[in-house]
Structures are given as C-alpha cells and as structure tokens.
Design a protein around this ligand. Structure first.
Ligand code: ZN
Length: 385
C-alpha cells in the first residue's frame, strides 16, 4: 500500500485529453505500447530524441517522476554504479526495481545500446514494485509519493542484497573477501537536515541529523488579504528553515523548577545532497474537511543558491554560495481530485542543453521562459561543481 500522509487522487483520464498539441511539436508518439522485449536495434536511432512513456491507466504520476529523474545525470550514474557493483552472489530478484529503473532511464534518454521504444512502457517497473508489496492501483496517485516509494524500494533492494550476502558467506570468505564489505554509496538525493535545539535558560545546544531524499516544503497559511502575493522558492526555504520557539521541552543540562525549558529550534541543511528534490505542499484541507489544491504562484530560477541555509555556513557566519542548477520541474494541472502530471526537463543534445515538455507519450521542445512560468509541484536540481 502507498504509505501516504495525504490522501488524494491526482489522476489523469489520459494524456490526450490534457496535452496541448503544439504546432512546433518536436516529437509526438501516439503509437501502441511497445514491449521492449520485442524491440530490435534501430539502425535509424537518433540520439537527439527522448522517448515518452505509455500511460498504463492513470500512471502519469509515475511517468512524470521518471522523466524528472532521467534528467539528472548524477542519479543515472549512481543507479548504474549500483548494478555494476552487483556481486555474483546475488540475483536480480533483489534488484528488480533498481534494474527496471536503470533500463527505463536509458531508454527514455535514448541511451540504451539495443532498445529503442517510442513510447516505452513501465509495466516491468510497476510489476517489480508490486513484488515489493506496493499497490499502484490505489486511488492515491501522487508523484511525490511515488518518488518516496521508489527510493524506499531501492533502499530495500540494496539492503536485501547485503543481507543475502551476509547469510550465504563462509568464515573464510568473511576474512579474505573485501568486495562484499564495500558499502554502497547512498543515493545522490540523500541529504541530512540538521535540527539544532538551544535552551534559552542555560544556552545548551544539541543537534540531531535526519535523512531526507526530498524536502517537502509547506506553503504559508492562506491569507485572503495576501492571496495574490508572489511566493518564491528561496522564500519558502527561508520560512521552512527559519528559527522557531519551542516551549515545554526537557533540558538535560539545566534544572529549572518544573523541569521544562523554552528552546529555539533551527532547521538547516546539515549535509547537502548532490541532487536536490523539493516538493511544494499544495494539498490543503478546508475547515469543512474537503481536500483542496493550493494554486499559489511560486517563482523559481534556473539557479538556486542554498548557501544561506547550510548549517556550517550559519555557524561560521560565512555564507559562501552553494549553487544548484535546475534539471526538471514536475507540474500538476487541474484540481485536487483530478488532473494530470507533466514534466519540463533538461537534456543535452549534441552538446547543447535543451528543454523538453513531456506528458506521458507526448514530447516536444520547450523554452526556458516557458519552464520558468510553470507552476512547480516538484523541482529537481543538481549541485554545480
Ligand atoms: Zn537548559
């Protein structure tokens, strides 16, 4: 089952009903789903084309996430390196989702050696996730939840591989083998939030680190007077990572009469991920218990500097810039109970960066201006080196 906090059903009745067919369409694929097993190497394959993804029945939330991930070269390199490290002691059973994801990334980026499918289907990936117990036919269909589901599953597969090796290894192998003990590098989306608590009575500080793959950022409370205020991603991060007062907390360092002190809690970016995924929390509940979607305009840039939010920068007071570059934007079109997910994504074609609009099997080129005018639900950045 989807382990969701928010219960909603952002779904599509089919991309064709939503996708805008532009006259300057770069590539339109409307053919029947193609099974990759039957595909033969295409001699006329052009490296300039991306592939769309078949809508398998309300699966735009999957397709949109996959296109966004496929736009992140560091992530693609990582997922490929996991499979390269695969020991001969393991089988693909434990890496079904990781393998399917790697294959899908290669095909939709038109980088696979032999498979060229336009559009490509996600049946194999969906089946691998169902083997892990996920129910993708649930009504809870959301790109952010799918992102979390995918990373939870990859994590399970990597750990499963380790446990299989550990169970099947002899003492001699344990003492002589080095490769089985090699740790798998964590996902490039893995970062750590530093949560610092400072007691206002005695000044004692403590820090806790919590892992994240995606930062889920709330929108400010809806205020009718400020309904048309323009928000931006830096402002939302500033609000999310601002200091707040927390009362009635037990301080282990000082002894006050009732045993509780007032603390200042400050969230910061403790360890930066190489790929930064931001989720804008657009789901909201009305006083009457109705689920609604916040349509707030949120501005964002091609470059995002998070230097002001880095824990060590804040400690030292030296706010050196930490720039990230935009790779993809996931946008949700429609209302809370219906709609469609699309992705604007970057790709390098013949050494030149281009932007593409993807909506299931439909793909066309896009301008950066169009990308920056979209209404972000999820943003994918990669750290500039
Ligand atoms: Zn204290």
């Amino acid at each position: 089952m989807l382990k969701s906090v928010l219960r909603h059903s952002w779904f599509t009745a089919g991309a064709a009903t939503i996708a805008v067919v532009a006259s300057a369409a770069y590539y339109v694929a409307l053919s029947e789903p193609v099974n990759c097993q039957n595909e033969e190497k295409s001699k006329s394959k052009s490296k300039n084309k991306l592939s769309g993804l078949v809508n398998e029945g309300n699966t735009c939330f999957i397709n949109t996430t996959l296109q966004a991930l496929a736009s992140c070269p560091i992530f693609i390199w990582w997922i490929d390196s996991i499979l390269t490290r695969k020991s001969s002691n393991t089988t693909d059973v434990y890496l079904g989702t990781t393998s399917s994801l790697n294959l899908t990334m290669a095909v939709i980026n038109n980088q696979h050696q032999t498979i060229s499918a336009h559009p490509f289907n996600t049946k194999q990936l969906i089946q691998s996730l169902e083997k892990h117990g996920w129910n993708l036919k649930s009504e809870e269909q959301d790109a952010h939840e799918f992102f979390n589901m995918l990373f939870t599953t990859i994590d399970e597969e990597i750990n499963s591989k380790k446990s299989k090796i550990a169970k099947g290894i002899s003492i001699n192998e344990l003492t002589s083998t080095t490769n089985v003990c090699q740790s798998t590098p964590s996902s490039p989306f893995r970062g750590y939030l530093a949560s610092q608590l400072c007691c206002l009575t005695c000044g004692h500080k403590s820090v806790r680190y919590d892992a994240f793959e995606c930062l889920s950022i709330p929108l400010p409370k809806l205020d009718v007077r400020n309904a048309f205020t323009m928000l931006n991603v830096e402002g939302l991060l500033k609000q999310f990572l601002a200091a707040e007062t927390v009362g009635e907390v037990q301080c282990d360092n000082c002894s006050v009469e009732n045993g509780k002190s007032v603390f200042v809690k400050q969230l910061s970016l403790g360890k930066l991920p190489q790929c930064l995924c931001l989720h804008i929390q657009r789901c909201d509940w009305t006083n009457g218990g109705q689920l609604t979607k916040r349509q707030d305009l949120v501005k964002f840039s091609e470059e995002l500097n998070v230097g002001n939010f880095v824990y060590t920068n804040r400690l030292s007071g030296n706010f050196k810039p930490v720039p990230y570059r935009l790779r993809a934007v996931v946008e949700h079109l429609g209302m809370a109970d219906s709609g469609h997910f699309v992705t604007f994504r970057r790709n390098v074609v013949d050494g030149r960066t281009k932007w593409f609009y993807t909506s299931d099997s439909y793909i066309r080129t896009a301008t950066l201006e169009e990308v920056l005018k979209s209404s972000p639900y999820m943003l994918f950045y990669e750290r500039c080196i």
